[in-house]
Design a protein around this ligand. Structure first.
Ligand SMILES: Nc1ncnc2c1ncn2[C@@H]1O[C@H](COP(=O)(O)OP(=O)(O)OP(=O)(O)O)[C@@H](O)[C@H]1O
Ligand SMILES: [Mg+2]
Length: 379
């Protein structure tokens, strides 16, 4: 039961490489915080500094109000679950879970009680006598989770714990981790969880909040839905969401009737007044225009009328069908776009055909051309 606070935390490796550039972050007691970001952005480095496996080069880390910079990992009240479960191959699942507790000199019946409880939560009760070699990847990963659980840590640290599992096991183990967080909470053990992943679905479904990192800096910390709907900058806009948000430069022009975005190929898109009023001072300037694939629809399929604004005629360059929906790739000059449409709306549509697409700018995002920060205030 502990809040985790990072204050101006920095990391320089011995070769001089600065991996972390001053991170400020407060993770509430009992919160499920997810770190996401591209490979090399310092997710693991940050987690390992919290764990005490990596020294902090600057700033402070607090766990439950205690400054832990100089505290060894075993005294931090944390348990860590790694990508490679690191189980002892010659020990049964039971003994793997018991190992750390025996070292702590816990009474035998207390050890037994904790293991049976964890095994029940993780649906491992039938497998306690099996050795790692006699279990599936998902079962082994659950034993690794159990081994962390039985220690009853204040803080759980996960570093891509599911990345070795196949798609189906990832889903069930993910659900297990979410359930574990809720179960512990219900039992009054308000465990804080910090979870590193580069999998968006894991981030969106597990996190109370998500911390998006890029090159050792925090880009945004917010709830999954806020990150998706109100990205604070172009990086987060492009990183969260799949297929990714369409992002192109455009020039903002003032017209007699309002404001328009002029795209690279001369296409004009009318900006709704609610957005235009926030960026009117930038008329004549360039900015970044972002629109999620689901906010571009096929005009003929949506029953659009000819006088509907923001219709664009463009050649479809590729169609990807997911079964339930399809991604239409189309180009406008140099820029390529993706629209995400219901499957039926383009049945039989061959690549290369020109289509009329409707851009719903009520949902668009606008970012400063230089700072790449959002130009729209939060609504
Ligand atoms: N021991 C080290 N010495 C020098 N540089 C290192 C060391 N460990 C990591 N780095 C560098 O620090 C940066 C952050 O590494 P880190 O492992 O934290 O990234 P990550 O976000 O976990 O990436 P991934 O998603 O690939 O696991 C990378 O550029 C990496 O090359
Ligand atoms: Mg990593």
């Amino acid at each position: 039961m502990a809040e985790v606070v990072l204050r101006k935390v920095e990391k320089s490796y011995s070769n001089g490489f600065r991996a972390v550039h001053g991170i400020d972050l407060t993770i509430a007691e009992g919160e499920f915080m997810v770190f996401v970001g591209p490979s090399g952005c310092a997710k693991s480095t940050t987690l390992r500094m919290i764990a005490g496996l990596e020294e902090v080069s600057g700033g402070d880390i607090f766990i439950g109000n205690q400054r832990v910079n100089a505290l060894p990992p075993k005294d931090r009240g944390i348990a860590m679950v790694f990508q490679n479960y690191a189980l002892y191959p010659h020990m049964s699942a039971y003994d793997n879970m018991a190992f750390g507790l025996k070292q702590q000199k816990l009474a035998g019946d207390e050890i037994d009680r904790r293991i049976r409880e964890a095994a029940e939560t993780l649906e491992l009760s039938q497998l306690l006598d099996n050795k790692p070699g006699e279990m599936s990847g998902g079962q082994r990963q659950r034993v690794a989770l159990g081994r962390a659980m039985v220690r009853k840590p204040d803080v759980f640290l996960f570093d891509e714990p599911l990345s070795n599992l196949d798609a189906k096991l990832r889903v069930s183990t993910r659900v297990n981790i979410a359930r574990l967080h809720k179960t512990l909470k219900a039992e009054g053990q308000n465990a804080t969880m910090i979870y590193v992943t580069h999998d968006q679905v894991e981030a969106m479904t597990l996190g109370d909040r998500i911390c998006v990192l890029n090159q050792g800096r925090i880009m945004q910390v917010d709830t999954p839905i806020n990150l998706y709907q109100r990205p604070a900058n172009k990086f987060v806009a492009g990183f969260i969401g799949s297929p990714a948000m369409n992002l192109v430069t455009a020039t903002l022009e003032r017209t007699e009737t309002g404001h328009e975005l002029v795209l690279g190929h001369g296409e004009r898109l009318r900006l709704p007044e609610a957005k235009a009023s926030q960026v009117a001072h930038l008329a004549g300037r360039q900015l970044w225009f972002g629109l999620r694939p689901e906010h571009i629809t096929l005009a003929d399929a949506s029953g659009a009328t000819p006088n509907q604004p923001n219709l664009v005629n463009a050649p479809i360059t590729a169609v990807e069908s997911m079964g339930n929906e399809s991604y239409l790739h189309f180009s406008m000059g140099e820029a390529s776009f993706v629209a995400r449409v219901p499957y039926h709306s383009h049945a039989g549509l061959p690549g290369g055909e020109r289509k009329t697409l409707c851009f719903d700018l009520a949902h668009c995002h606008l970012f400063d051309i230089d700072t790449e920060q959002s130009l729209l205030r939060e609504e």
